[in-house]
Design a protein around this ligand. Structure first.
Ligand code: HSE
Length: 434
């Protein structure tokens, strides 16, 4: 293969994912060259510290601490950004695109916040930006949305897209662990970060949902548009009651397109135990997408980790290389540039069934008072179960399942019920999906 068949790659970041990508590029060079239609040459690798010991063997001249050696290099056609986080990654991506370089990134923070603008910038500069690895690690999602499902109007996404929280919820459900003990196990297994707030508060899932929803609905959905509630308030009792009622508890990222509006939210849900999503356990991710033609499809696999994520990054590199080597640049695939500005509904407009768990005084007339508060706000009760009466404190735990109700009314009802002297504690309320 002649020298003009080479495609120079600049890799920014050599951490967990960067090392996986470098390993794949170096060890699978022959296979990748055939697939890409050109020789993929790793020209430079940006690292914070050249002298640090690394598991991947690199020729010493390959490493640099100067980003301009990649961003301004005439030998580099594809910049692979794997630094993560917003700063300085966003500025590097912008600079690469302005310099006419294609970009492949796994950066969910940058793509969730600035994706539409960066896609536009790429378009203006006649290059591509691909970011399959930013959501769901190695699971193909963005390319299927752009290509295989392109004939569909996508109506909904229901996704387990945070492995750490799914691991914690699985431990709470199957082993009866408390949230804190399950979190500690996740940390010991190396799944959760030392500061796990982004995972357990649902923010990581919200960023990924912003990217998925923007791509699926071709309309800008920012992380700040997404209602986000984490898993920290779930108790052992919620899992026991959910199981008895035929449900599992999962942290779902949900986006739906309805007439003139988009719904986008991340929070714990009760889902029927026989649903496929309810059976997704441990650190696995699963993303269910519904289209008008295809119906429901489910994508399942590893949503994080060095090699699964590298799988998606390298596939994007091959896709870009093919379009560079092709007879003429391919047009941007449908859906890469955002077309609409559909408003995202506030959570108060949501209509959902609810599960309520509360601690009440165990005396006559209490249920009537609670039913009155709900009934006044057109919230219809589907069932009430009384649990765990305590003869010493004269209190009992009750679980109420409602029919679909408007969140605004439920919020009002919760505030009103909290004022009743017979209500000792509103322990939890969880939306029911499906
Ligand atoms: N912290 C994420 C998770 C992995 O637990 O799924 C990186 O996106």
């Amino acid at each position: 293969m002649g020298i003009d068949n080479r495609i120079g790659i600049g890799l920014m970041g050599l951490g967990v994912v960067g090392s996986g990508v470098a390993k794949a590029l170096l060890e699978k060079a022959g296979q990748l060259t055939k697939q890409a239609g050109g020789t993929l040459v790793l020209e430079k690798v940006l690292v914070a510290d050249i002298d640090k010991h690394r598991p991947v063997q690199m020729a010493p001249g390959l490493l640099t601490q100067d980003p301009r050696r990649i961003l301004d290099s005439p030998n580099i056609g594809i910049v692979v950004e794997l630094i993560g986080g917003e700063d300085p990654a966003a500025a590097y991506i912008e600079s690469a695109l302005k310099n006419g370089k294609h970009v492949v990134t796994a950066n969910k923070d940058v793509m969730a916040k600035f994706g539409p603008e960066l896609l536009q910038l790429a378009d203006q500069n006649g290059v591509e930006i691909l970011y399959e690895a930013s959501v769901g690690g190695g699971i193909p999602l963005l390319l299927p949305l752009k290509q295989s499902l392109a004939a569909n109007d996508i109506s909904s996404i229901r996704a387990i897209i945070n492995g750490t929280t799914n691991y914690i919820l699985t431990k709470m459900s199957q082993d009866g662990l408390s949230f804190h003990i399950a979190l500690r196990e996740a940390q010991e297994e190396g799944y959760a970060e030392a500061d796990p707030a982004k995972d357990v508060e649902g923010l990581d899932a919200a960023y990924k949902l912003a990217i998925l929803a923007t791509s699926a609905f071709q309309s800008t959905v920012r992380p700040s548009d997404i209602y986000c509630q984490g898993i920290t308030r779930l108790g052992e009792a919620d899992f026991l009651h959910a199981r008895e009622l035929g449900y599992e508890i999962k942290l779902l990222a949900i986006a739906k397109k309805t007439e003139g509006a988009i719904e986008a939210r991340v929070h714990p849900v009760l889902i029927p135990a026989d649903y496929l999503l309810a059976k997704v356990t441990g650190v696995f991710n699963a993303i269910q997408i519904e289209g008008d033609l295809v119906g429901q499809v489910l994508f399942y696999g590893k949503g994080a980790g060095s090699l699964p994520t590298a799988s998606a990054v390298v596939a994007d590199i091959i896709a870009v290389a093919r379009s560079i080597r092709g007879p003429r640049p391919e047009p941007m695939p449908a859906g890469t540039v955002v077309q609409d500005m559909v408003p995202v509904k506030p959570i108060f407009d949501l209509v959902s069934p609810y599960y309520l768990r509360m601690n009440i005084a165990d005396q006559p007339g209490v249920l009537a008072q609670i039913a009155h508060v709900l009934g006044d706000r057109s919230i219809s009760i589907a069932s009430v179960i009384q649990k765990r009466a305590d003869p010493v404190t004269h209190s009992a735990e009750i679980v109420i399942m409602t029919h679909p109700a408007r969140e605004q009314f439920m919020d009002d009802a919760l505030a009103e019920m909290a004022k009743l002297s017979v209500v000792r504690e509103i322990c939890n309320f969880i939306r029911v999906e499906g």
